[in-house]
Design a protein around this ligand. Structure first.
Ligand SMILES: [Fe+2]
Ligand SMILES: [Fe+2]
Length: 151
């Protein structure tokens, strides 16, 4: 039962600090997946038409991030939160995109911190997971920045 032993070894590896950072990530991912999806549903007008699909696909990507982080968190012995960070949908397209851009900046900062701690604790799997997610958030940040410039 080598797999079982490895698993046990890994479960004891993560610090509470790392588990807490990962759960902050889960809370953010749930927040933005709802936020972007409701923006997708509510944005209107010609300019809104251009960003509608983008918001939907990013919302789905964020839900997948929530799943991936929660899965890893459970594997490491943590329990994923069901509570999102405060959701802000906004009224105008500009308000929506400005908020979203800021949220991506917050995610980038949080995941850099998470990667650094995971690496410090020798947890290369968690570090690798968050590096992939970080690259997605950088893409989202680029997308929102570009859409804002085009408004
Ligand atoms: Fe995300
Ligand atoms: Fe994102």
């Amino acid at each position: 039962m080598e797999t079982g032993n490895n698993r046990k070894k890994e479960v004891t590896m993560a610090s509470q600090e790392l588990l807490d950072l990962m759960n902050k990530g889960v809370a953010r991912e749930i927040q933005v997946s709802i936020q972007y999806m409701w923006q997708h549903v509510q944005c209107s007008g010609i300019k809104g038409f251009a960003v509608k699909d983008e918001l939907e696909s990013i919302a789905i990507a964020e839900m997948k991030h929530a799943e991936a982080i929660a899965e890893r968190l459970v594997y490491l012995g943590g329990k994923p939160t069901t509570k999102p960070e405060p959701i802000f949908v906004g009224e105008t397209l500009k308000e929506m995109l400005q908020t979203d851009k800021q949220d991506e900046e917050g995610a980038i900062e949080l995941y850099r911190e998470t990667i650094a701690l995971a690496e410090k604790e020798g947890d290369t799997t968690t570090a690798r997971l968050f590096k992939g997610i970080l690259a997605d958030e950088e893409d989202h940040h680029d997308t929102f920045s570009g859409l804002l410039e085009d408004l």
